[in-house]
Ligand binder design. Structure first.
Ligand code: 4NP
Length: 160
């Protein structure tokens, strides 16, 4: 597929899975399932093979987004060669992702996800893992509107 999008967070059980689920849903709703590949990964390996956090899955399900079939995996150097666009959730993720290819120049390929948020705040998606339920709602809302903005940008850039 010409456009290959990867979302990255730390554990690949909260923020990047909800981005993957929402973005995939929007891609399919736009009829672009054959044009845009969507995936997610975590910079850390603690949760490899695990489904998304139950609180994130429940929040997404309340809004009509199914995360139940996703499984956590760890980001690799090969991902940087495969995906055309890598959107990371916070600045630690940005550092850890770029560090997989320390001699490369990947500053246009690897971007903070919330650079594209119409209300970008501090440009990072807060980690909801250790907080209360409203953290998951806030993450869902910011990921939802940012995914809309990213899809619009990609459609313009690739004329699809
Ligand atoms: P995520 O959240 O990066 O949004 O998937 C986290 C999940 C687990 C941990 C940290 C962040 N953890 O340390 O286990």
């Amino acid at each position: 597929m010409p456009v290959r999008v990867l979302f990255v967070c730390l554990g690949n059980i909260c923020r990047s899975p909800v981005a993957e689920g929402l973005f995939q849903q929007k891609v399919e709703a736009a009829g672009l399932g054959a044009e845009i590949e969507v995936d997610s990964a975590g910079t850390g390996g603690w949760h490899v093979g695990a489904p998304p956090d139950a609180r994130m899955t429940a929040t997404a399900a309340r809004h009509g987004t199914d995360l139940s079939r996703l499984k956590a995996r760890q980001l690799t150097r090969a991902d940087l060669d495969h995906f055309s666009h890598v959107f990371v959730m916070d600045k630690a993720n940005l550092h850890d992702t770029l560090y997989l290819d320390p001699d490369g120049d990947r500053s246009t390929q690897v971007r903070l996800f919330r650079e594209f948020d119409p209300e970008p705040g501090d440009y990072q998606v807060p980690d909801p893992y250790y907080g209360g339920d409203d953290g998951f709602e806030q993450v869902y809302a910011m990921v939802d509107r940012t995914c809309d903005a990213i899809l619009e940008r990609l459609r313009e850039a690739y004329a699809i």
